[in-house]
Design a protein around this ligand. Structure first.
Ligand code: SER
Length: 314
């Protein structure tokens, strides 16, 4: 069967790179990029694009009818920091967007659905170090609450309707191609831009805030590996813990100084994102992903730093 893929939220930080990777794999015309915003020139000219708001059921229905997708990737969401500025919208978009897609996937016989969860699904009472797959989860951001609820819905649709839905709890994702979308981990991207442009950066998270992070190349590869794994290997139908590297702003700055010795890191007095970061894990145990579908990250802190700096420079 020819695959037909739909990526919703294709213009975002993840979508931009996932669409490119999927088009390489499946052919440009077989991957439909969808977003509420106009895509940049490259994406529009490398394959089909549709304006889609995941909250508009009629438009979604039309898209499913038109393309009869075999795989759907739902990336449209409000992240942790922006979500706190508009909790009701975050809940509506993150939750009803997901339910709309799950229902349409069943109605149109879509074979596989991908939906990302996040380290934000954990909360202040979750173990901080090497956070296990199964533990107390008490997220206190609307983003985290929507991710945890979404995980439960994914598992529910798998058991109740047999829908092959797969998910990963992404850590903070670091990339240079597209801007991050309003998360708590965004400092780890801004720091590279400012290090090159200004030689200094003011972090909104404090020096000791350790968070799980991952280079985008790893995240995209992992996502595709999960989606291509045989269904019987996917034992977790909520969302997989998924780890790359963990570091603090201070450690990251030290790594940047290996290449830009004059780089100065300063810290903001107070920022609401600090509280969010403090409620999240420091590091993640992803042994289920390793065991079930062979997950192994390729980028450590130093390789990621070299790649970020080289790409941003050019
Ligand atoms: N990077 C996301 C955020 O900071 C976490 O999933 O909101």
């Amino acid at each position: 069967m020819t695959e037909k893929l739909i990526v919703l939220g294709s213009n975002g930080q993840i979508g931009t790179e996932l669409v490119t990777a999927l088009r390489k794999l499946y052919g440009e015309e077989h991957v439909v990029a969808c977003d509420i915003r106009r895509p940049d020139y490259d994406m529009k000219n490398s394959g089909p694009f549709e304006f889609v708001n995941v909250l508009e059921k009629d438009t979604l229905n039309h898209i499913f009818k038109k393309y009869k997708p075999t795989q759907v990737y739902l990336l449209a969401a409000l992240l942790s920091a922006t979500g706190e500025q508009n909790p009701k919208l975050a809940w509506d978009l993150n939750m009803n967007g997901l339910l709309n897609i799950l229902d349409l996937a069943i109605a149109y016989g879509t074979s596989k659905v991908y939906w990302p969860s996040s380290i934000a699904a954990f909360g202040p009472n979750s173990p901080k170090n090497n956070t296990p797959q199964f533990c107390i989860m008490d997220p206190n951001t609307v983003y985290g609450i929507s991710k945890l609820a979404g995980e439960r819905w994914c598992e529910y649709y798998f058991h109740k309707y047999g829908l092959d839905v797969r998910s990963i709890r992404y850590p903070g994702l670091i990339s240079w191609k597209a801007a991050p979308g309003g998360g708590t981990t965004d400092y780890a991207i801004h720091i590279f831009h400012d290090a090159l442009k200004k030689g200094s950066y003011t972090s909104f998270l404090n020096a000791e805030t350790e968070l799980p992070m991952m280079y985008m190349d790893d995240a995209i590869r992992g996502t595709i590996e999960l989606m291509n794994a045989e269904a019987h290997k996917i034992n977790i139908r909520s969302s997989y813990n998924f780890a790359g590297v963990s570091f603090t702003p201070e450690i990251l700055a030290g790594e940047i100084r290996q290449h830009l010795p004059e780089f100065k890191l300063e810290y903001k007095e107070h920022d609401p994102r600090q509280e969010i970061a403090d409620s999240w894990p420091k590091s993640i145990d992803d042994s289920h992903a390793t065991r079930d579908w062979g997950w192994k990250p390729a980028y450590d802190l130093s390789r990621m730093t070299v790649d970020m700096l080289n790409n941003l420079k050019s």
